[in-house]
Write a protein that binds this ligand. Structure first.
Ligand SMILES: [Zn+2]
Length: 125
């Protein structure tokens, strides 16, 4: 495994990706593919992107659960450093920075939103 399989300080990875995000694969055999964020594994920093990096899994049928056996296509994890967010505003793979927005009233909590570094648009509203 590459040195990327563990974070430098042995702490879990974090990610800025959220459900519904479109993600762009930056490197590897799936370079250039775009899919929806599916799942993130903080321990190793792996991410599942819907419809990208498919592998074939041989599944046993389970009639009790109504599961048919056979070859099932399933996403394999990609490393989170090889994936970039596709900005919904400019439709390009981008990097994000954060902006702290004040609440609507004084009692409101401040909100942290993601901002596209390319077009400066707010990704979270
Ligand atoms: Zn943008």
């Amino acid at each position: 495994m590459s040195k990327e399989s563990k974070s430098a300080n042995n702490r879990p990875y974090s990610t800025e990706f959220k459900a519904g995000d479109r993600l762009f694969v930056l490197s590897g055999p799936n370079k250039g593919k775009i899919g929806l964020f599916k799942r993130f594994f903080p321990k190793k920093g792996f991410i599942l992107v819907e419809g990208v990096n498919l592998g074939v899994k041989h599944a046993k049928s389970n009639p009790n659960l109504g599961v048919a056996g056979g070859r099932i296509k399933k996403e394999k994890p990609l490393h989170v450093s090889n994936v970039a967010l596709v900005c919904p505003k400019c439709a390009d793979p981008t990097w994000i920075r954060h902006e702290i927005l004040p609440g609507a009233t004084d009692d409101d909590k401040k909100r942290k939103v993601r901002v596209c570094k390319v077009c400066q648009a707010r990704i979270d509203e």
